[in-house]
Design a protein around this ligand. Structure first.
Ligand SMILES: Cc1cc2nc3c(=O)[nH]c(=O)nc-3n(C[C@H](O)[C@H](O)[C@H](O)COP(=O)(O)O)c2cc1C
Length: 135
């Protein structure tokens, strides 16, 4: 099974999750600028900024070749809302991309909120999620 991890991260929180997933799966987590030719499962990480996805994530999803990516599994960190999943789903549906119904999410630090997160427990949970989704 070909696995890939791509993430967008402005302040490093989602990157931490991406690296934990990569460690669990034995592959390198890369940012969105790294090309991706083909994947059976693409783990895609993105936070929420001003109640939206960053434009880089939106355009990444819009330009993804749906014939070469079999399934997208989202993961995210946010401070207030419950994950970026609904925002990603909206674009995935528009683009006819196959999106997993399961996703990984944890709260993460933004200013004084959720200090220290993602913490070790969050990262362990992320690793367990990655392993479960690829068994
Ligand atoms: C400019 C900015 C805007 C944000 N807007 C929201 C928001 O609308 N809703 C929310 O839940 N979190 C919001 N957050 C919190 C981030 O989603 C959270 O800190 C996330 O972990 C950042 O991920 P990153 O470190 O991978 O960039 C915002 C953070 C920043 C820096």
């Amino acid at each position: 099974m070909e696995l890939a991890i791509r993430y967008f991260s402005r302040t490093g929180n989602t990157r931490k999750l991406a690296f934990a997933l990569g460690e669990a799966l034995g592959i390198e987590a890369k940012d969105l600028n790294e090309p991706l030719e083909k994947a059976d499962i693409l783990f895609l990480g993105s936070a929420v900024y001003g109640a939206k996805l960053d434009d880089a994530v939106v355009s990444y999803l819009r330009n993804l070749d749906k014939t070469s990516i079999s399934l997208i599994i989202p993961f995210s960190t946010t401070a207030i809302v419950k994950s970026s999943y609904p925002l990603i789903k909206k674009i995935a549906d528009e683009q006819h991309l196959k999106l997993s119904e399961e996703h990984f999410f944890c709260k993460a630090q933004a200013g004084f909120l959720h200090k220290g997160r993602p913490n070790r427990h969050d990262l362990e949970q992320a690793k367990a999620f990655a392993l479960r989704m690829t068994q």
